[in-house]
Ligand binder design. Sequence first.
Ligand code: ADP
Ligand code: ZN
Length: 801
Amino acid sequence: MEAEEMKLAQVIVDVPAMQTDQPFSYLIPPQLAVEVGMRVEVGFGPRHVQGFVIGFETAPEPLPDNLKPLIRVLDLAPVLNQELLALADYMKATTFAFKVTCLQTMLPSVMKANYQKSFYLLKEVDTVQANYFAGGSSLDWEDAEAQGWLKELAALREQGIVELRYEVHTKNKVKTERYIKRTFSPAKLAELKAGLRKNSYKQEQLLDYLAALAEEKLVAVKEMKAEDFSLANLNQAEAKGWLTFVAVEKYRDPYAEREIQQTAALELNPEQQAAYEAISQKNIAGEHQVFLLEGVTGSGKTEVYLQVIQDVLAKGQTAMMLVPEISLTPQMAIRFKARFGSEVAVLHSGLSQGEKYDEWRKLERGEAHVVVGARSAIFAPLENLGVIIIDEEHETSYKQEESPRYHARDLAIWRGKYHHCPVVLGSATPSLESRARGQKGVYQLLHLTERANSQAKLPTVEIVDMREEMQRRLNSSFSESLEEKLRNRLAKGEQSVLLLNRRGYSSFVMCRDCGFVLPCPNCDISLTLHMDTKTMRCHYCGHEEGIPHRCPNCGKDKIRYFGTGTEKVQEELEQLIPEARVLRMDVDTTRRKGAHEKILTAFGEKEADILLGTQMIAKGLDFPNVTLVGVLNADTALNLPDFRSSERTFQLLTQVSGRAGRGEKAGEVVIQTFNPEHYTIKLAQHHDYENFYHQEMRIRHQTDYPPYYYTVKVTVSHQEEMKAAQKAFQLAEQLRQQLSPQSILLGPTPGAILRIKNRYYYQLIIKYKHEPNLQGTLEEILQVSQKDQRQGLLIAIDNEP
Ligand code: ADP
Ligand code: ZN
């Protein structure tokens, strides 16, 4: 090989243990066509691993003799375009994750590992390759490779004739539906009929039916059966050469079962109109701008989004709509499908891998132009974006808790800049960070101050002091007032929503005699009692064990349950108001795929009177018959050791209150609390976000927390406590020397839970306003600690935790 221009492929390999972001160089065998953004298989040491081609370089001379060739190319066309590759660089720089992790995060998980690949015929053509498909619709990648067809297939793909598909094992195999197509000329009808034996009535009928079909028309076999032609009839006809069977690929459609009524745009009220115009104008001008759409619950934010998107689609552009969690997605997805039909693809973790891949492909092929999805939908392969919307922008689920620890809001803004399009952050209770940017004019503030449906008013909120209540009604989770109101709704045939942010039966069991609390053997946390499985379970590591009847410590039978969870409240409700039909929605009742939606649909169809659940019921639900919301213990989140606990509580109370009175009937909210004087509770009572914002900002200012400071959390963990602590102190020392005097370093302190899954956690918090070298310093720390990391030490850096 002496060509001057010989190129090498630069490949980012998937070898986590290497902990490196350096690309490795590989020779490109002449028979392989490879482009930037494609996945390849390469040799790495003794192993074959997957990698991404991120660029090319001119080969040095002489060629180093340890260079290896690419083994195979895994794609026909790049799976990541220039934009997404650049986004991966940005993600890496802001999250300190490995580049390969960033790249993989952007693709549907079927494409990561364990997949089979096949080519699917999309159109019939008269080529050798296409003939290979005859009788079926797919061709294995291995076969194609063996035949030496990869380059030809790449060309056919370019023409839209074949497509490459990735599938996980056999479970998610492509779905096909059988159709028939006529293969005789209708001019021959009489001739064919004449050739039939006497009394072949059915066959004559079939011939007539087929002859009447339009040229090339496909009719589903299912439909033929409805026309009273059996499979035997069709098989006979095929044998006679009258028709042929065609397998047509079907997308797995999670919404296929559902009838969705088309909706039309509503006439916007003046506030909605102003918001819509401000956003649309930026889209028309092709300018990037971040908007903060602050609108009370039920103020018609979604209608504004829908109308902006309608314009974007009319311009031939695409749109992205992010929603926080899967429990919210069914209703939102249906509202979007009702307006835009098959233009909408839906992406969230509740779909099977196959369904997710199919939805992703619709976007990639340009068959759908709108994506509605949870966090990872931010990576949807949309080109020519006209608007990006993040609904409920304050939600924590937009931040990924594991590497790469990205925030979808930041990536949305990056993509918005790239596409010169508006980004809309919507919320009734914006995060303090976003609101502060709105205040400064970095984001443009838009307000919706009233409920859009003119009959619907914001609900009245009653605060119940549980300290007093407890003296009268010991051992009840329900205050007198809440109980009475629940009974009243039941009598009127109206529905109620109850929030308790704690799942399980009770959060710990304790010996009344010696005070022993049953701990998890792997984590420093108590075990939660679950009656449905009759076990004690750890919510951190999943450890399960039997319920103790005697105290494991002192042997007495004084074990008692403390800390009420949703299971126990359900039991209490059954005793208190036996005639009420109760649905429970929490992590435990929604494990199965589609369970969320089932519960919500049942509640929407009034199959239950009360929906009881954890915070997953607080968001986005729009049930006009709900007139009462009860918060059983508003203090759960308030007592957390987190500077955001007030903000979270205010958001949760506002969100859940917003579920009441969305229709014509007025709504009421009961908040039970042990801290009735707390400003968070009082301001939530009056739906007073504005004053909450100012009060909370004062506290953040006094305590040097965001948005006045940026924060980074560095967590060190190891199976031996001493090793974790040692490293944490060493890093603290190093950081203290390198940070500017204006910055603040907190810690090291043991993690909020010192031990999880038998690993010990220590953490440092850096608070800073301006620290241009911090990224470099942290990257260096990661580099230098590589050796420790191979010995079981983990360092996690969390930007804006
Ligand atoms: P948000 O997203 O702010 O919570 P929604 O968009 O869900 O609010 O709107 C709340 C209710 O008001 C919905 O039932 C919606 O159909 C209705 N709505 C929204 N805009 C209008 C309007 N301009 N006129 C009449 N009803 C509206
Ligand atoms: Zn545990």
